[in-house]
Design a protein around this ligand. Structure first.
Ligand SMILES: NC(=O)c1ccc[n+]([C@@H]2O[C@H](COP(=O)([O-])OP(=O)(O)OC[C@H]3O[C@@H](n4cnc5c(N)ncnc54)[C@H](OP(=O)(O)O)[C@@H]3O)[C@@H](O)[C@H]2O)c1
Length: 354
């Protein structure tokens, strides 16, 4: 059976580009006994937008968008998408903020959404539920596997656990590639924490401002989404976060000055390392949920803990359930990146075709 998907993509940054590249390489995908072709029917970024029934070439999209596109107005983009009434239309939000998320309610009334953007699911619990209700009432779809631990299909595992009648009791996870890298290097080299952070930034391993890795918010949003999908009502403000940016360094504008000032705290990390080595433990920055309480913090784990043997390049999630009581269900795999995120998006896109 042959099917065609019509994709409306907003966001042409790292992930959006990787998705277009993947469509360019593999425009037709064999899924079960179906041959599904993905056509790009609309593209937008902050500057330009372009929609067309005949499709946009995923190779020459940039020149087509710049030469034939108009100034971006996302509300019009959505209106035009709806008016085109193309079969199997899917809206893909590859933006990084909240702007598009505020329009999900409208989009989901007619069109499925696939996104790596965590903003909708990590906003208020009320809004998280509103989206689920809209999908239920209108028979559309909302897929966000790339929200948590790309490459580690944790949200699919939750669905599978729940559909088998089991109940999730606790979740533990290592979600931050940057923190995995920093703590691993701290334990295995003689380098100071502030130097390692600067090194990681220079290698492009951190967010442009590495304080956004140290503040734990992204990790907190990930555990929040897992917990909510497990059926628990929780707000981001309920997650106790150990922010590794010292309070007095949070408002420093210049990054160089931040690194200089962070040196005062190297001693704290050296002491933590010493204690961990003495106890034959490893340091991890983990996210945890148990008994209605969630946290993100530095932890010392010994050889009895599954985190001890994970590589710093891996994302790890442990699920404790009524069935997996003593020995958790463990999923782990190599950390993501834009290419891996695009692969997860394609998988979600294909799943929206009923
Ligand atoms: N990068 C990863 O490896 C990764 C992994 C997992 C999840 N994610 C998530 O995926 C999303 C995209 O990440 P990214 O790394 O691709 O971000 P990015 O490189 O910063 O790209 C963001 C894109 O969104 C566009 N955009 C932002 N606000 C917009 C608006 N209001 N209207 C139209 N376009 C808008 C930007 O337009 P301009 O180009 O015009 O600025 C840009 O093209 C984020 O939510 C991120 O958290 C990323």
């Amino acid at each position: 059976m042959k099917k065609q998907i019509n994709l409306f993509l907003v966001g042409t940054g790292l992930v959006g580009k990787a998705l277009l590249k993947s469509i360019k390489i593999n425009p037709t995908v064999q899924s079960e006994n179906r041959s599904i072709t993905i056509k790009v029917a609309g593209i937008a970024n902050r500057s330009n937008m372009l929609l067309g029934k005949r499709g946009i070439d995923p190779v020459k999209w940039k020149s087509e968008l710049n030469n034939n596109g108009g100034q971006t107005n996302i509300k019009s983009f959505i209106e035009l998408m709806k008016r085109m009434k193309l079969p199997n239309s899917i809206f893909v939000d590859c933006t990084d903020g909240n702007d598009i998320v505020t329009l999900y309610n409208t989009i989901l009334k007619t069109t499925p959404i696939v996104t790596p953007n965590k903003s909708a699911n990590a906003g208020s619990y009320k809004q998280y539920n509103v989206l689920k209700d809209i999908v239920r009432k209108n028979g559309t779809d909302f897929r966000y596997s790339a929200n948590v631990g790309v490459g580690v299909p944790s949200l699919d595992v939750i669905k599978s656990i729940l559909s088998g009648g089991d109940k999730i009791v606790a979740i533990e996870g290592l979600f931050s590639s940057t923190m995995n890298y920093l703590l691993d290097k701290l334990m295995t080299t003689n380098k100071k924490f502030s130097d390692l952070l600067k090194e990681a930034e220079q290698k492009g391993l951190t967010e442009p401002d590495p304080r956004n890795d140290l503040n734990g918010i992204d990790t907190a949003r990930k555990i929040l989404i897992l917990v909510r999908d497990s059926g628990v009502k929780l707000e981001l403000s309920d997650v106790k976060i150990e922010n590794l940016v010292p309070v007095i360094l949070r408002n420093i504008k210049s990054l160089d000055r931040f690194y200089e000032s962070l040196k005062i705290y190297d001693k704290k990390f050296d002491e933590l390392k010493k204690e961990a080595l003495r106890k034959n433990c490893k340091l991890v920055y983990s996210a945890n949920y148990r008994k209605n309480s969630a946290s993100v913090k530095i932890e010392m784990v010994d050889t009895s803990h599954p985190f001890y043997f994970s590589s710093s390049k891996e994302k790890v999630v442990l699920f404790y359930t009524k069935f997996y009581k003593k020995h958790p269900l463990i999923i782990k795999g190599q950390s993501g990146g834009a290419k891996a995120t695009a692969a997860v998006l394609v998988s979600d896109i294909l799943k929206t075709i009923k």
